[in-house]
Design a protein around this ligand. Sequence first.
Ligand code: GLP
Length: 235
Amino acid sequence: MQLIKAANYEDLSKKAATIIAAQIIEKADSVLGFATGSTPEGTYRELANMCSNKLISFENIRSFNLDEYYGLPSDHPQSYKYYMNQNLFSKVNIKAENANVPNGSAPDPNEECKRYENAIKAAGGLDLQLLGIGRNGHIGFNEPGDRFEQWTHLVELTEDTLDANKRFFDKIEDVPKKAISMGINTIMNAEKVLLIANGKDKTDALEKMLYQPVTPNLPASVLQFHRCATVIYCD
Ligand code: GLP
């Protein structure tokens, strides 16, 4: 695993965007996995700038987001689809039909999970997956548990995650209790993964992920087994 300490959040965002841009330059029809949360916002800003400056193009890029709340319509301001439209999709030349986010309003979530996983396979798998990390060590919405969920699945969010994400909602009761998330195998099958972590409230999860034994109690720890994982962090 490649571990890079960034000087600050801006530096982290520039470094992460540069790695993604290099992937796009090397393979113009890459399949990219995107993440949400506050951490990747700067990375998306940088990518949008590079695209405006014609350094990179999303014309032939296909993307799959890690996760989506279940039970929020896709035009809800806190849905991850809305977040992606605001932060990236509307700012780059990606084709709408190539920008995939799980459908959080699908009537049958389990069918949606299967459809999504099959769509990733049909696209040839992920070339590069961007990840954040939750305070409890979750990646995507793979919460701590007694086993690794393998493929895209419906998740019951933990109290800690509801608490961490309540800042985006008026009150904690409004935070959706379920989500659709790529599984651990979906993520581990990506050719490359790039995890970004910003700030002191991630230090504990990051240290456990890097230096403690691999365990489903800290889902990010599985990345110790990934053949090409890069972690960029800053305090
Ligand atoms: C959510 C997302 C994760 C993300 C995490 C951390 O739970 N499902 O993919 O990594 O938030 O978010 P932040 O970057 O805001 O700390």
